[in-house]
Design a protein around this ligand. Structure first.
Ligand SMILES: Nc1ncnc2c1ncn2[C@@H]1O[C@H](COP(=O)(O)OP(=O)(O)OP(=O)(O)O)[C@@H](O)[C@H]1O
Ligand SMILES: [Mg+2]
Length: 264
């Protein structure tokens, strides 16, 4: 088996892996010595390969929850388990994409994406092949040598998604990944995200403020409430992928979700 095949076997998120279990998770920040509860008693089980959307008011702790899952903060109560193992720090098993692309401005697109493979024992030629594969996955062929300032917002977000996927994470965390894009680009990228996810089937948790996006992509939509942040409601979107954006069933879910978010 060559090194790329080995890499794929070692890191491929088969349908058995990528189970996320969050139990009694609470998190408080300290502001001027006083504890500020941010998340309270979060319980959430995510199946391997499931796409979960999270919506909720600004400040209800959505980004904090993703930061805890990705392992950027270890100070919390409760348990976050990925395939039964407690999350204690960042790991290549968990990738994250933020609202801003966070690419290095002094590096080309290829170099930015390749950087994620820095610690892999692959040869340069094999790394180059993986980079090319992932650039193709997000439809950015021809821009390998472009710098971030030469890319549109949508292209830069595609690059950030490719960078997050190149390590074949079991869990992909998306924090309003399309939030800064214009409406048309956003719809296009939602479609792309769906295609990529159907192809890769890693577990995805996506935070968004756009309820159509949450419903179009999510197998489930989690509604959070603020002060302190907690799970208020959950809607199971019982529709196969890929979905039709204009489906009347989706419209029904949208009304249900709106009612949950803004009341009657
Ligand atoms: N490092 C920090 N120190 C202190 N308080 C923080 C810190 N990070 C976040 N908070 C507080 O935690 C709460 C939740 O913040 P968080 O960013 O998780 O919300 P959010 O749901 O992602 O909001 P938005 O939709 O606006 O992105 C807010 O009240 C915020 O002020
Ligand atoms: Mg946020």
């Amino acid at each position: 088996m060559n090194a790329i095949a080995q890499h794929a076997v070692l890191h491929s998120p088969s349908l058995q892996t990528g189970a996320l279990e969050i139990r009694d998770l609470s998190k408080a920040y300290r502001i001027e010595g006083q504890p500020l509860p941010v998340l309270q008693q979060i319980n959430l089980s995510v199946r391997p390969g499931e796409f979960v959307s999270i919506v909720g008011a600004s400040g209800c702790g959505k980004s904090t929850l993703l930061r805890l899952i990705v392992g950027l903060e270890a100070d919390y109560e409760g348990d976050i388990l990925l395939d039964g193992k407690r999350v204690v720090a960042t790991s290549l098993e968990r990738g994250i994409v933020f609202q801003d692309h966070r690419l290095f401005p002094w590096m080309t697109l290829s170099k930015n994406i390749g950087l994620a493979l820095k610690n892999h024992p692959l040869s340069q030629a094999e790394k180059d092949r993986l980079v090319a594969e992932h650039i193709a996955l997000v439809n950015l062929e021809g821009f390998e040598n472009a710098y971030p300032h030469q890319l549109s917002g949508g292209m830069a977000q595609r690059a950030a998604i490719a960078r997050a996927l190149i390590n074949k994470p079991k869990v992909l965390l998306l924090d309003e990944p399309l939030g800064a894009l214009d409406a048309l680009t956003r719809v296009r990228l939602q479609h792309e995200l769906q295609r990529i996810w159907v192809q890769q089937r890693c577990t995805v948790i996506m935070v968004t403020h756009d309820i159509e996006e949450a419903l179009y992509l999510g197998d489930r939509v989690i509604v959070m409430d603020a002060h302190p942040g907690r799970i208020k409601h959950e809607i199971v979107v019982d529709l196969p992928h890929p979905r039709d954006r204009a489906s009347t069933v989706l419209q029904g879910y949208k009304e249900q979700l709106l009612e949950e978010l803004v009341g009657h």
